[in-house]
Design a protein around this ligand. Structure first.
Ligand SMILES: [Zn+2]
Length: 135
């Protein structure tokens, strides 16, 4: 703490040195004020200590999080993911190889190539897709 303890001690000495009667109104007032200041200084010191501990803890969490982020960024190809969930299709429009989650085939909507936006799968084209998958 930046000299707060010392300043309060000095203030308390000053009040004492002024020779107020502790039972007088002024005496009671100044003693009470200095006691409150002392309590506040103790509370601030405790908070500063806890704050420092918290900052240290957050730093450790931040470092751990960086490791997790690095780990996640390494997963940049489908081999590292659950590859069985993804269906690889070569788009007949742009010949780009695109991947779709298998769940997308469960609904009746057409599947659009994310590259050229051509419809590359619809219910009536199902046979062609099966042929492409076998390649
Ligand atoms: Zn395409």
């Amino acid at each position: 703490m930046t000299g707060l303890d010392e300043k309060i001690s000095y203030l308390q000495g000053l009040i004492k040195g002024m020779g107020y009667n502790e039972d007088s109104n002024e005496g009671k007032l100044f003693i009470t004020i200095s006691e409150i200041l002392e309590s506040m200084a103790i509370a601030i010191t405790t908070m500063e200590k806890e704050q420092a501990e918290l900052e240290q803890y957050v730093e450790v969490i931040d470092e751990d999080l960086s490791l997790v982020e690095d780990e996640l960024l390494d997963i940049d190809d489908f081999d590292d993911l659950d590859a069985s969930r993804y269906i690889e299709i070569e788009c007949p429009g742009c010949q780009e190889t695109v991947y779709f989650d298998e769940d997308i085939f469960d609904n009746d909507d057409d599947i659009i190539c994310p590259n050229c936006t051509k419809v590359i799968y619809s219910e009536d084209k199902e046979k062609e897709i099966e042929r492409l998958e076998e390649d």
